[in-house]
Design a protein around this ligand. Structure first.
Ligand code: GLV
Length: 395
């Protein structure tokens, strides 16, 4: 053998405890950490299947849906997005993407790769789309699917009125897909009531589970689109019918082997869902909302500005703060990380260099963490720039 065992692997594993207050992953609750440390079981063992059944019910709860096809894709939220595009779209299908930041464009990029005829409805940066804008775009483009990110984590914009948009999609026979990666558990979401056909979320945000496993749910309309495809789903690994059969979503079908799921990730997700169920969805949403409100007040009191001007367009989960003129955002984030091991992220896509993003997600949506992040942000700015703090709320 010409390749020697690497020296690097002779050193012990280094994992630094950090306070994860970017747009995710968020810190794990201890109960999730304990679950992740448990011994592996087989991906088709009876006990694993029971855990999968528990998870399915937990996902139905957090999405507020009775959909039979409720399961996980073995991949991060990105994989949930890619798998959704792969299953729901065929060559030349017209696909309309609402973009309130980065994620509409990312989904559109994926859709193009599956041969869709992509159209984009872009909001003014830092604003949500209006129902009228969406209605007009749907009437104009007559798409097969309409995609929206509930919270766009690059801008911190929340897209409200999903129920009105769901009705418009139904009326025009459009499949309505909502990405709830950065919102679910922190912002109201009612999948069935709002007539949302496909929704997926991120395990590593409000749920506080590891990334790499993506809860997803599809209703009958979405499944009909898939079962009436003229061509097979292009990626075997993403095939929702096969994944749903593995998850025993079709009561009359036997469970099949599709892939070797990470049973360890299932343990973590199961416990994260159990914690959410114990707290209650409404209480979790209230907690995220009140923490974000406190953070916004603190930011303004400090003389900084929220990136999203209109308070009702602001997500409570990912909060974007404008980087003031003359301040180097990287120095501030680096200071917070080096001195306090606290993550404050920079912008993404259209907000790169323009904002810091503070995630109040899961465990980190607490009043104490808001105080901590505000204190560290202030100190980091003071120590890395000449910025003068003026309490604008008193002006
Ligand atoms: C990831 O979700 C990000 O917003 O950076």
């Amino acid at each position: 053998m010409e390749v020697e065992p690497p020296q690097s692997l002779k050193k012990p594993l280094v994992v630094v405890e950090k306070t994860m207050m970017g747009p995710g992953p968020s810190n794990y609750p201890q109960r999730v950490i304990d679950a992740l440390g448990k011994q592996v079981m087989g991906h088709l063992h009876k006990e694993t299947c029971e855990i999968m059944d528990d998870i399915k019910e937990g996902i139905q709860y957090i999405f507020q849906t009775k959909n039979e096809i409720t399961m996980c894709v073995s991949a991060s939220g990105h994989g949930g997005m890619d798998a959704t595009m792969c299953n729901l779209l065929e060559e030349n299908d017209v696909a309309l993407f609402g973009a309130t930041g980065h994620w509409g464009h990312r989904a559109a990029d994926m859709a193009k790769r599956y041969g869709a005829d992509v159209r984009i409805l872009e909001s003014e940066l830092g604003k949500a789309l209006s129902v009228d804008e969406i209605k007009s775009a749907i009437e104009l483009h007559k798409p097969v699917i309409f995609f929206l990110a509930h919270c766009d984590s690059s801008t911190g914009v929340v897209q409200s009125y999903l129920g009105d948009i769901g009705l418009i999609c139904r009326k025009h026979n459009v499949i309505f897909i909502v990405d709830t990666v950065a919102s679910l558990g922190g912002i109201d979401f009612l999948m069935d009531e709002w007539k949302i056909d496909v929704a997926y979320t991120g395990s590593q945000k409000c749920l506080g589970a590891p990334p790499g496993i993506t809860p997803i749910s599809l209703n009958d309309r979405a499944m009909f689109k898939i079962t009436s495809r003229k061509s097979p789903v292009k990626v075997y690994y993403w095939d929702f019918i096969l994944i749903a059969t593995y998850w025993k979503c079709f009561p009359s079908e036997q469970r099949i082997y599709h892939h070797t799921i990470s049973v360890t990730l299932l343990y973590g997700l199961r416990e994260a869902l159990a914690i959410m169920a114990e707290e209650g969805l409404q209480s979790s949403i209230r907690r995220h909302t009140s923490c974000s409100f406190k953070l916004q007040q603190g930011v303004e009191k400090m003389g900084l500005e929220m990136f999203v001007k209109l308070p009702f367009h602001r997500a409570s989960t990912v909060n974007a703060i404008k980087v003031p003129e003359g301040v180097d955002w990287t120095k501030v984030s680096d200071y917070a990380m080096n001195k306090y091991k606290l993550e404050i992220s920079g912008g993404l896509g259209p907000t790169k260099g323009k904002v810091w993003r503070i995630g109040l997600l899961g465990l980190n949506a607490s009043s104490e963490k808001v105080d901590l992040v505000l204190k560290i942000l202030k100190e980091s700015i003071e120590n890395t720039s000449d910025f003068i703090f003026v309490d604008k709320s008193k002006m």
